[in-house]
Design a protein around this ligand. Structure first.
Ligand SMILES: *[C@@H]1O[C@H](CO)[C@@H](O)[C@H](O)[C@H]1NC(C)=O
Ligand SMILES: *[C@@H]1O[C@H](CO)[C@@H](O)[C@H](O)[C@H]1NC(C)=O
Length: 343
């Protein structure tokens, strides 16, 4: 099943419209596999063949993107639903909506992230740790250890993910939107790189400190992009001289930055199931929070249709005791809680 999901995900990068015809392809191991990935455009096939070993990291990145999208949207009407036998994420992202902006950003980020991670772990021949980070820092610590080679991951994401938009010509407003959001996704990693350190010396006295540059955890990247989703800017295409740019539709808004998400069309309300629109599952049966006034609250989640309440039993850990030394032992408690689901 895992493999099947992975294959679906790869397809998703290649085109949202392509169905997962590739379920028979288990992993990307050789150049021949690249030929068989039907959704690829020619330029991507070339990249795939040149970098077969990197492509497996791309697959893992796709999985990260899906998991993170579903986590970030778990309490929203559109919950980043993915279905078998349809383009992953559905039609929702084939329109220029805010949701599409999120999906493009998280995907571009996840490819950069997974490729960088693969570089650091030493599994790729083409890249390793970032050796440009060395010497003694102004703060007096020693750069040492494996700094994440984010430049490599970002460059790979730029070439592989963005090539689709570039091949279409960069002038359509949708291509501009996708490219902008791809870049914003990668920026969410770049602008949150951290310095991690280790102390050396007698009983951890930190006489010598060695540090390296590390990517933030992917959850952090997801949180940043979700915040950008919440504050995304609606834009339209304008001509400045001979170049086309995206500018805020409402000219009173301050222009977006490189790190912000942009979208072209307002989102549908996602209330109702629509069999003709993949990914449009509606909110019937979704769990909601009776006391919340936000989008996870029953009022908004159920689109005013009302909700049902059930008593369900949940098993929890309780009466946890610390035992010397060193483990914690808990009892299992059962309790009844109310669960609300949309009509
Ligand atoms: C998303 O919501 C649908 C119902 O609208 C549900 O069937 C599905 O399990 C949910 N997916 C996730 C990942 O929570
Ligand atoms: C429901 O919403 C309230 C108010 O926002 C919050 O305090 C509570 O933790 C939520 N309950 C659940 C089960 O998420």
């Amino acid at each position: 099943r895992m493999i099947r999901v992975c294959v679906l995900l790869v397809v998703f990068f290649l085109s949202f419209r392509y169905l997962a015809k590739l379920s028979s392809v288990g992993s990307i191991r050789d150049e021949e596999t690249c030929e068989r990935l039907r959704g690829l455009i020619q330029r991507q096939v070339q990249i795939c063949k040149r970098s077969v070993e990197v492509m497996d990291a791309v697959r893992r990145g796709a999985q990260l993107a899906i998991d993170e999208c579903q986590f970030q949207f778990r309490n929203r009407r559109w919950n980043c639903s993915t279905l078998e036998n349809m383009p992953v994420f559905g039609k929702v992202v084939t329109q220029g909506t805010r949701e599409a902006a999120f999906v493009y950003a998280i995907s571009a980020a996840s490819v950069a992230f997974a490729v960088t991670r693969a570089c650091s772990s030493g599994e790729l021949e083409k890249c390793g740790c970032d050796h440009n980070v060395h010497g003694v820092s102004p703060e007096g610590f020693q750069w040492s250890g494996c700094s994440d080679n984010i430049a490599y991951g970002v460059a790979f994401s730029q070439s592989f993910v963005d090539v689709r938009e570039r091949s279409k010509g960069q002038s359509s407003s949708r291509a501009l939107m996708n490219l902008h959001n791809n870049e914003a996704g990668r920026k969410a990693i770049l602008s949150h790189m951290r310095v991690e350190c280790k102390c050396h010396g007698v009983s951890g006295s930190c006489e010598v400190k060695t540090c390296w540059k590390a990517m933030p955890p992917f959850r952090k990247v997801g949180n940043v992009i979700k915040e950008k989703f919440d504050g995304a800017t609606e834009v339209e295409q304008r001509k400045v001289g001979t170049t086309k740019v995206l500018a805020p539709r409402n000219s009173q808004f301050k222009p977006h930055t490189d790190e912000d998400l942009v979208y072209l069309e307002p989102s549908p309300d996602f209330c109702d199931y629509d069999p003709r629109t993949p990914g449009m599952l509606g909110t019937v049966g979704r769990q909601c929070n009776r006391t919340s006034k936000a989008i996870d609250g029953c009022e908004l989640m159920c689109c005013g249709r009302g909700f049902q309440t059930q008593e369900v039993e949940v098993v929890d850990r309780c009466s946890c005791k610390f035992h010397w030394c060193c483990y914690v032992k808990c009892k299992q408690c059962r309790k009844m809680v109310e669960m609300h689901t949309c009509r």
